[in-house]
Design a protein around this ligand. Structure first.
Ligand SMILES: Nc1ncnc2c1ncn2[C@@H]1O[C@H](COP(=O)(O)OP(=O)(O)OP(=O)(O)O)[C@@H](O)[C@H]1O
Ligand SMILES: [Mg+2]
Length: 289
């Protein structure tokens, strides 16, 4: 329950364009003797969507975990909001303006959908959600604002009808939307998404793409994703990893035209044909600038 009891920090709203930049430079990660990442650099520019792709085992989740503090790099430099950090700390992420969704769903089964999203908003609650949970005296006004904020996030995700339901009773795609609402409700400056499209239908994936594009006026996004159509449609920049090394980086069009990328996917034993075909056929057309 630690994070819930934290001071709520400064209340930052984003009336202006995003300015925060995440820079990861020369990142090395070793698990025992295995080099999971070798000298990888990636910068998520303010307000941009940065895609992170590569075959299975390439190191995407490892780099994602460096960005959300779950993995400490063996060496390398991390700069967030112009400050160099020894590492990012998972329990400090929300107060630092970073939110994430992990690969599964990760909702609290014993809380309603609304309560789950309210947990994500704790940074903005003055009296704290913990005291609300414990039924301690708290400000009715803060409680009401927190509720309203959480409902707005659910509405933005089209999940307001499920506010009173328990996550376990909901279809997987709805649970994923709730998890996204919980990440968005803290109004992060950086949103980290690990395979948000897994388990979604084509239509849901299209909606997810629109949603990602719609938040870029307020925040930047780091997107780890296997679905190439989605990646090519929403990303401003893409970094491609293979065997822990960066093999390409650039705009969707540049990455698609890079033979090293197609080769890496063709060398991958799993999902080869699907991924390579998607990579070849995705149009890379951009609908936002
Ligand atoms: N905690 C760990 N301990 C040991 N090795 C690990 C650990 N996490 C990842 N690895 C290894 O590091 C390499 C990169 O794994 P990672 O999960 O980052 O790949 P990925 O690109 O996310 O793959 P996928 O597309 O399958 O999710 C793999 O060889 C993996 O086995
Ligand atoms: Mg992974």
């Amino acid at each position: 329950m630690g994070p819930l009891a934290q001071p709520t920090g400064s209340q930052k709203t984003h009336d202006t364009a995003p300015t925060a930049r995440l820079e990861m430079t020369g990142i090395n990660v070793a698990f025992g003797g295995v080099l999971a990442l070798t000298d990888v650099s990636l910068t998520v520019e303010p307000g941009q969507v940065h895609g992170l792709i590569g075959p299975n085992g390439a190191g995407k989740t490892t780099l994602f975990n460096v960005a959300c503090g779950l993995v400490r790099p063996t060496s390398g430099r991390i700069v967030w909001r112009d400050r160099e950090l020894a590492r990012l700390r998972p329990d400090k992420l929300t107060s630092m303006g970073i939110a994430r969704t992990l690969q599964g769903v990760g909702l609290f089964p014993g809380m309603t959908v609304l309560e789950n999203v309210m947990v994500g908003a704790h940074r903005h609650a003055k009296a704290g959600f913990l005291s609300a949970l414990l039924a301690l005296p708290t400000s009715d006004k803060d409680e009401r604002l927190l509720r309203e904020r959480a409902m707005r996030a659910l509405t933005e995700l089209g999940a307001e009808a499920y506010a009173g339901r328990y996550p376990g009773s909901l279809p997987y795609p709805v649970q994923k939307r709730v998890a996204l609402a919980r990440a968005l409700v803290s109004e992060p400056e950086l949103l980290l998404l690990d395979e948000p499209a897994s388990g979604l239908s084509e239509d849901e994936m299209t909606e997810l793409g629109e949603l990602i594009l719609s938040v870029t006026g307020r925040m930047s996004v780091l997107l780890v994703e296997h679905h190439m159509d989605l990646v090519m449609r929403v990303c401003d920049r893409i970094t491609v990893l293979d065997s822990g090394k960066q093999i390409a980086a650039g705009t969707p069009a540049e990455v698609q035209a890079n033979p090293a990328v197609t080769e890496a996917y063709l060398g991958d034993a799993v999902d080869v044909e699907a991924d390579a075909a998607e990579l070849t056929h995705a149009d890379g057309g951009r609908t936002h600038g």
